[in-house]
Design a protein around this ligand. Sequence first.
Ligand code: PLP
Length: 393
Amino acid sequence: MKDINWYNYSLETQAIRAGHNRTHEDEHSMPIFATSSYVFKNAEEAALRFTGQTPGNIYSRFTNPTVSAFQERLAFMEKGERCLAFSSGMAAIMAVGMGLLKAGDHVVCSRSVFGNTVLLFQNYFGKFGVETDFVDLTNSEAWESAIKPNTRFLFLETPSNPLIEIADIELLATIAHKHDCLLIVDNVFCTPVLQKPLGLGADIVVHSATKYIDGQGRCIGGAVIAGNEVIEKSIYPYLRTGGATMSPFNAWVFLSGLETLAVRMKAHCDNAFKLAKWLEQQAGIAKVHYPGLQSHAQHELAKRQQSHFGGVVSFELNGGKDKAWKLIDATEMISITANLGDVKTTITHPATTTHGRLAPETRAAAGIKDGLVRVSVGLENIEDIKKDLLKGL
Ligand SMILES: *Cc1c(COP(=O)(O)O)cnc(C)c1O
């Protein structure tokens, strides 16, 4: 196979071709390497591989050719030096924390991150002497004033879940670096198709591959993308020891997910934009949260930072939880599930599901009201999606 430098190709091409190093069987499609271990030619070679003096596979907890293909492809797409895959998005975030933090360290985290991310920092890292302060995602002064001498990194999602707020990655990277901290961005909502945080100054990107990267709601997986040094020194040793490994089968599913990611994201964004504009005109809705709308507080920033506005729309119904549940239950086709990024449209009530385990004060501070409904807009015909929501409006 020709040795191609995929850095010279655009994302759509990398997504389809990068990462697969064809074997002696000349297969056209990436195979699943279902093997837990690898064989050495002799005892000396085994020893050299274990010390890292010669490259090569040892054991699939830390390297597997199918998983490596996924890692290489996603690294190219995010314009990062290295990528490591994990068994879930949470396992990827856990790996960043385990790799970079020690007792006595401090983290500044956006208040509007995935519910389990809040719990991971607060309850679990907290138990081992890492303190986390939560700040308003869009308030850059709050970020800077929360930084302490022992702050190791800033962590955020943009757009956020479920309020679809946008943070200025470039500005927060400047603030982080001024104080000798790293900036970590959870890029699940945008994927590298819409936004490349590393190019905007972020140091580490984390992913839940479970969402748009799979795109059809089949597998759980995650990834960390960063520079070679961070990966080698902090993340890879933890993966090798901690063992939250992505399975080769899941990597194979995610590889084919990446191949259609660019066309799917464009279609998700087109449908979501249409739905958001339509929702704004419906009665009984207090507010529609979508960065493509003029009414969105960071509309200009979203235009500058992202290539499109994303596939998730949320809106607040007048009438609180009762109205929200009624609307959700009145749908016929749309799936009531907390997952997102699927070709199927999904609907969820954040206050009692994804964010239900948060303390009511924490939830209120994050602005997640009882009337809030989140729709991850799928690829069905937009008129059918509108019709289904209209049943409960
Ligand atoms: C789902 C999700 C995660 C966690 O990923 P899992 O694969 O479910 O562990 C993290 N961040 C965001 C933004 C998510 O949507």
